[in-house]
Design a protein around this ligand. Structure first.
Ligand code: HAS
Length: 543
């Protein structure tokens, strides 16, 4: 990555890790409060803290890290960014940063304790929504900069197959752009006018639907950069090859198609949406599981091919040949392993009947701490172990590599405590999004307390994990010895089939996506607007 592009990628990564430090501290305090053994000082509210945690980690850390990583990937595989594109990247970065600062200030002042999902009728200060809108607009500026860069590459390389990492970066950005249309609509058309008092009411169902139109693909926007590293980087790190270029591209296309028209699976208990449409979106949710199963297959294949090329025999002999001492491999690998139970939990959530058992319980919090806070984040840590030194012109020392292995283990133990007890307490009916309470000494609430204490133990161990990763990141960015670190990009296995041209037909896939979205959402939206209950005409007023 050229030095000027490296700077642009690095500033995004700095913001991401600052968000991790602050959001992680909020997380530790939350688990302590929920254990019933600790009270927040200085009049800080529980929901103020929870909003800080969710916004900083779920929205800020992820978006900044991903955009930094995508810029670096494009610069590496589709050529150095032009001055214009880089300038747009910087403008995007500053707009996002100003937006983040605005939103964070309202939360810290206690004016926006509305959680990261900011569901109506909870209302925040208008600056909270304006800040969020700026984050989205900033990300669009960066997204369009990436498209421009890619367009130039295409022109200069007519007919050539796009480098896999660039292809994946552009797919991820298309997914982000299409999905953020929903959240931008609800923020601009509904929340901002309502929070300023220009309209008296807000249509809660429409706002939640627009949020989840965005909220579900959001989780794949987090996942896809991790898959970029799994498909392209990990094979190179282990010394092997990519199992199949075509399969990797197909899985990204399937994510693009099926991750957006599935938001209703977050609204299965919600009145006002016809069950037939919920059913359709549940079916589509099960389709979006397929590309993850394809990914699991492909990863196993890459590992096995490599192991056998090193002389491994027997069914699982290849397992021993993997580079267990290399943190760049170890952290993402643990992430993959955790994704097996995490994904199984997702399938439970998506099953309409079982969703009735777990919805709005702390089981869901357990689910997303396994998916995003373990699978995705451990992969992002694994990426940082080579990307940061690559961008800063340094090398990771053996001592730091060892610390990174310890960090992965600490994180996994902390999350095992925290997430397992969240899942268990959820099955016993413990609600998510709540502070400590025995609900008038209810016997059932007493059953949850041991699990809440286990969550606090897990949260404290995770906090040690945060301190460790921050030590490593600061070392890699500022103190590690100068030198050259490789940006690992894998090659496709010789025996893999040729990549079909059809997978490069962007117009076709975006067109199919548009049709699927229209099928899944048009009639439900018309229903919602026509049958809006009295008192929720905010949206109609504006139409
Ligand atoms: Fe989810 C709620 C369904 C995946 C994140 N999810 C959430 C929320 C978040 C979230 C943040 O249908 C809460 C939102 C809120 O605040 O309310 N989720 C799914 C399904 C999947 C899924 C079907 N979720 C994710 C991912 C996330 C994420 C990924 C973040 C990154 N989720 C739901 C539903 C809800 C939900 C409902 C709403 C619940 C409610 O009622 O509120 C699927 O995509 C999962 C598919 C994954 C697999 C696993 C494949 C395994 C792989 C690893 C292979 C391992 C290897 C190593 C190679 C089927 C790829 C092996 C080596 C060895 C040696 C063994």
């Amino acid at each position: 990555v050229a030095p000027k592009d490296a700077k642009l990628a690095m500033v995004h990564i700095y913001v991401a890790f600052i968000a991790l430090a602050l959001g992680g501290t909020a997380g530790l305090l939350q688990t302590l409060v929920r254990s019933g053994k600790y009270e927040l000082p200085a009049g800080i509210g529980y929901y103020q803290l929870l909003t800080t945690h969710g916004v900083l980690l779920g929205l800020v850390l992820t978006t900044f890290f991903i955009i930094g990583f995508l810029f670096a990937s494009l610069s590496k595989t589709a050529g150095t960014l032009s001055d214009k594109v880089r300038l747009s990247g910087w403008i995007g970065f500053w707009v996002m940063t100003i937006g983040t600062a605005t939103t964070a200030t309202t939360i810290l002042l206690g004016e926006a304790s509305v959680l990261y999902t900011f569901y109506a009728p909870l209302q925040a200060h208008p600056a909270f929504y304006i800040g969020l809108a700026l984050v989205i607009v900033g990300s669009w500026i960066s997204g369009f900069a990436m498209f421009t860069h890619f367009g130039k590459w295409k022109k200069a390389n007519k007919g050539a197959v796009t480098p896999l990492l660039s292809y994946m970066a552009i797919m991820t950005m298309i997914l982000w752009l299409v999905s953020t249309l929903g959240v931008a609509a609800t923020v601009l058309i509904q929340f901002i006018p309502w929070s300023f008092g220009w309209v008296e009411t807000i249509d809660v169902l429409v706002s939640r639907t627009l949020f989840w139109y965005f909220g579900h693909p959001l989780v794949y926007f987090w996942l896809l950069p991790a898959y970029m590293a799994w498909y392209v980087v990990i094979p190179k790190i282990i010394g092997g090859k990519i199992f199949s270029d075509a399969l990797a591209r197909l899985s990204f296309i399937l994510f693009l198609l099926f991750s957006i028209p599935v938001g209703f699976h977050h609204q299965l208990t919600e009145p006002g949406i016809d069950p037939a449409w919920k059913y359709l979106q549940v079916v589509l949710t099960f389709l979006v599981v397929i590309p993850s199963l394809m990914t699991a297959f492909s990863m196993f294949a890459s590992f096995e091919m490599y192991g056998r090329s090193k002389g491994a025999t027997g069914l699982f002999g290849w397992f021993k040949k993997l580079p267990w001492g290399d943190a760049r491999f170890f952290a993402p690998f643990v992430g993959m392993l955790v994704f097996i139970p995490a994904g199984a939990g997702g399938i439970i959530n998506a099953s309409h009947q079982m969703n009735q058992v777990i919805h709005n319980t702390i089981w869901v919090t357990g689910h997303f701490h396994l998916t995003v806070a373990t699978t995705v984040i451990l992969t992002f840590f694994g990426i940082s172990y080579w990307l940061i030194p690559h961008l800063t012109g340094r090398v990771m020392t053996k001592a730091m590599n060892k610390l990174a292995i310890v960090q992965t283990i600490v994180w996994t133990i902390g999350m095992a405590f925290m997430s397992t007890s969240m899942h268990a307490a959820g099955l016993l009916g413990a609600p998510r999004r709540s502070s400590f309470s025995t609900y008038g000494d209810a016997a059932q609430a007493h059953e949850w307390i041991p699990y809440q204490i286990a969550q606090a133990i897990g949260g404290s161990i995770l906090f040690i994990g945060i301190i460790l990763i921050l030590i490593i990141v600061i070392n890699l960015a500022f103190f590690a010895p100068k030198g050259e670190t490789e940006f690992p990009v894998g090659e496709v296995a010789d025996e893999a089939e040729k990549t079909p041209k059809l997978l490069e037909n962007w117009k076709l896939w975006v067109g199919v996506l548009a049709v699927l979205i229209l099928i899944a959402y048009t009639i439900p939206f018309i229903d919602m607007i026509q049958n809006a209950p009295p008192g929720s005409k905010g949206f109609k007023n504006l139409l």
